[in-house]
Design a protein around this ligand. Structure first.
Ligand SMILES: [Zn+2]
Length: 391
C-alpha cells in the first residue's frame, strides 16, 4: 500500500536492491571471490539511494545508452524523465584487475567487507566534457560538480546491483528514513499531499515562510536536508540539523511537519539537479516539491530562476510531482509580515534583506541578525558553531 501512497514512485514501483536472508549469505560468499573496487563517497551516496529506492526506477549504475540519452535528452532510453547520470566511475587499472569478470564486489574502503555486488552489463568511456556541458552547463573546472567529474576515473562500470547492506552512518540515525519509511509515515499520518523541501543550508525566516506557504495548500511538509558531501564552505550538516530541530521545536506543528535526511551528495548542477531532486522526493512519497531561487546552484553559473524554468521542458505529467515555484522572500516593515516581490508593493527601503556575506559576518561577531531575518534560536546555534571553530 505505502508503495503507491500517496503517489506512485517514478516508473511505477519502489525499487529495493537489498538482499536478505539465506540469499545474503550466498551473495557474501560470492563477493569474497570477486575483483574488488572501492566506491568513492559521492558514488556511495548514490549506491545507498539506488539500494533504498530513492532513485527508482534505476536498479544499478546506468549504462552507456542511458548515459548519452540523459545527457542529450534528459530522459532514459525507455523515455522516462531523468536529469542526471548515476554512474560508477572506474579506472583503467580497475578494469585490468577485473580481467573480464562478470561481476565486481564494491567496497566502502580498502580491505572492508563488500557492501554490494555489481553485475556488469558494460564498461564505457565517460565523455567528461559532454557531461560537464550538458549537466552543469559549463566545462569550467572551478565548478565543484565539474571538478568531481574530471577527477573521477575515465571509465564507467554499469550494471544491476545486489546490495548486502546500506552504508553505515553514526549520525542522524533517527532521521535516516528510507522512501519506504517516509511513505509509511505519510500514510500513518493520513497525508494525501506532501510537499518536500530540499536544503543544504540553515533555515532562515525566508525558507520558513515558503515552506509554510506551501504547507497551507497541502496536508504535510517533509523538510529533507541533504547530508551527503557538500562544498567545504557550506554549513556542516550537524549544525544545520540542530537549527532544524530548534525551529521545529518552536515554530512547526508536529502533526503537519517532519524532518528526514536525504543521503545524496550535492552536485551543484542547478536546474538539472532540481529535476533530479524532485524525482527522488517523489520516490520518498512527496506530491509537491519546492523550487526556490537558484536551486542547487553555485556561484553565478545559473540564472536565478533557471531551476524553475527547466520544469517547463517536460510534459505536464512526465515528472508526476508538482513543482511549487517561489521567489525570494523577506520581512517587509510596511506589510508587517513576510512577503515576496509577488505580494509586496513596497520598495527595498522597507524590506529587511541581508546578503549571505553580511549574515556570516554578523554571526561570526556573535551578533544575531534581526529576528525578522533569522529566528533567535537558529541564530544562536550558528553563532555558537562559527565561534566554536566548528565551521
Ligand atoms: Zn511590503
Amino acid at each position: 500500500m505505502s508503495d503507491q501512497y500517496p503517489i506512485a514512485p517514478h516508473g511505477g514501483s519502489l525499487v529495493n536492491l537489498l538482499v536478505g536472508g539465506p540469499d545474503a549469505d550466498a551473495l557474501r560468499e560470492e563477493a569474497a571471490n570477486l575483483p574488488k573496487v572501492v566506491v568513492n563517497e559521492r558514488e556511495l551516496a548514490d549506491l545507498e539511494m539506488l539500494a533504498n529506492g530513492a532513485l527508482s526506477p534505476l536498479t544499478g549504475f546506468i549504462g552507456e545508452g542511458d548515459y548519452h540519452s540523459i545527457l542529450d535528452t534528459m530522459h532514459l532510453e525507455n523515455g522516462l524523465a531523468w536529469a542526471i547520470p548515476v554512474v560508477l566511475s572506474v579506472t583503467d587499472g580497475d578494469v585490468k584487475r577485473a580481467g573480464g569478470a562478470h561481476a565486481l564486489a564494491l567496497l566502502t574502503s580498502e580491505g572492508a567487507d563488500p557492501i554490494a555486488v555489481l553485475r556488469i552489463s558494460g564498461i564505457f568511456k565517460r565523455d567528461k566534457t559532454k557531461e560537464a556541458r550538458s549537466v552543469y552547463r559549463t566545462a569550467d573546472e572551478a565548478h565543484p560538480g565539474v571538478k568531481a567529474v574530471y577527477e573521477a576515473g575515465d571509465l564507467c562500470a554499469a550494471g544491476r546491483l545486489d546490495v548486502l547492506r546500506l552504508p553505515e552512518h553514526d549520525d542522524f540515525v533517527n532521521y535516516r528514513l528510507t522512501p519506504a519509511q517516509t511513505r509509511a509515515e505519510f500514510e500513518r499520518r493520513g497525508w494525501r499531499t506532501v510537499v518536500g523541501f530540499q536544503t543544504r543550508n540553515p533555515i532562515h525566516r525566508a525558507h520558513e515562510y515558503i515552506q509554510k506557504c506551501a504547507l497551507e495548500i497541502v496536508d504535510g511538509l517533509l523538510v529533507h536536508p541533504l547530508v551527503g558531501a557538500t562544498k567545504s564552505d557550506d554549513v556542516p550538516p550537524d549544525v544545520r540539523m540542530r537549527c532544524y530541530e530548534a525551529l521545529f521545536e518552536g515554530y512547526y506543528p508536529k502533526d503537519r511537519a517532519m524532518v528526514g535526511v536525504f543521503p545524496a551528495a550535492m552536485r551543484y548542477a542547478g536546474p538539472r539537479e532540481a529535476i533530479w531532486h524532485a524525482i527522488a522526493r517523489k520516490n520518498y512519497g512527496c506530491t509537491h516539491f519546492i523550487v526556490g531561487r537558484d536551486h542547487a546552484g553555485v556561484g553565478t553559473y545559473y540564472g536565478t530562476y533557471d531551476a524553475q524554468a527547466i520544469f517547463d521542458e517536460f510534459e505536464p505529467n512526465e515528472l508526476g510531482i508538482t513543482p511549487l515555484r517561489f521567489e525570494h522572500s523577506f520581512w517587509c516593515n510596511a506589510c508587517e509580515g513576510m512577503a515576496s516581490p509577488k505580494t509586496c508593493p513596497h520598495g527595498e527601503a522597507t524590506r529587511v534583506s541581508l546578503s549571505g556575506t553580511k549574515v556570516r559576518e554578523m554571526l561570526r561577531n556573535g551578533e544575531r541578525p534581526p529576528q525578522e531575518f533569522s529566528r533567535p534560536e537558529v541564530a544562536d546555534i550558528l553563532i555558537d558553531a562559527l565561534r566554536g571553530g566548528g565551521a
